[in-house]
Design a protein around this ligand. Structure first.
Ligand SMILES: [Zn+2]
Length: 218
């Protein structure tokens, strides 16, 4: 199954995508991860992307599209994939459709994870990531007394992206660029909406129901 997960930063799409990836045995492709890999290995596209990310701006379409195409051409994507954080604009969506069509592939479903803006800001400012194992915690949900990861002992940090001054810029960019995508995929009859107001495990159950997939424990 070739899937796209949409939803504002903090809506819980990353967590749901990771779980679905494990259940279906297909790669979860987050643009954040693609950016970090390209930056850490010093590719030309990675160097360009880094300049924008450090300012809290979105990376230009051509740079992002180039990195995503390279990732989707890898062997592990042949049996399906979950795109998380891409496409972000109509231009990216059109480029993705064009690329997949040229390969005889297509997007099957687009999952839009919906959460109110107040809840989004609350989730992001309370999010902490382990610098070592990359597990994500929420200060309001998890009982964390100090800044140490309960799983591995690594330091818990707040991502630069989650700081309040950067969140405002991310939200503005999200609304301007991504909401037209909803209409685009509704027009193609590929969009399914999933509510995420409650806890993250419910969100995953809602995703499975929306896609007509049976959970491992159901
Ligand atoms: Zn850890």
């Amino acid at each position: 199954m070739n899937l796209i997960f949409l939803g504002a930063p903090g809506a819980g799409k990353g967590t749901a995508a990771t779980k679905l990836s494990g259940l279906l045995g297909i790669p979860h492709i987050s643009t954040g991860e693609i950016f970090r890999n390209n930056i850490s290995t010093g590719t030309e596209l990675g160097k360009l992307a880094e300049q924008y990310i450090s300012k809290g701006s979105l990376v230009p379409d051509d740079v992002t599209i180039g990195m995503v195409k390279a990732r989707l051409s890898e062997a592990d994507c042949a049996g399906g994939f979950i795109l998380d954080g891409f496409p972000r604009t109509l231009k990216q969506a059109a480029a993705l459709d064009e690329y997949l069509e040229s390969e005889g592939r297509k997007i099957d479903r687009v999952v839009d994870i919906v959460l109110s803006e107040a809840k989004l800001v609350e989730r992001l400012t309370n999010r902490r990531i382990c610098a070592v194992c990359k597990l994500s915690y929420n200060l309001k949900v998890h009982d964390i007394n100090d800044s140490v990861c309960p799983a591995c002992g690594g330091a818990l940090i707040m991502r630069d992206d989650d700081k309040e001054e950067v969140i405002a810029a991310r939200m503005a960019a999200y609304h301007k660029d991504t909401e037209p995508l909803i209409d685009y995929y509704v027009g193609k009859r590929k969009l399914v909406r999933v509510n995420s107001e409650e806890v993250v495990s419910d969100t995953f159950a809602n995703v499975l129901a929306a896609l007509g997939i049976k959970g491992a424990d159901q």
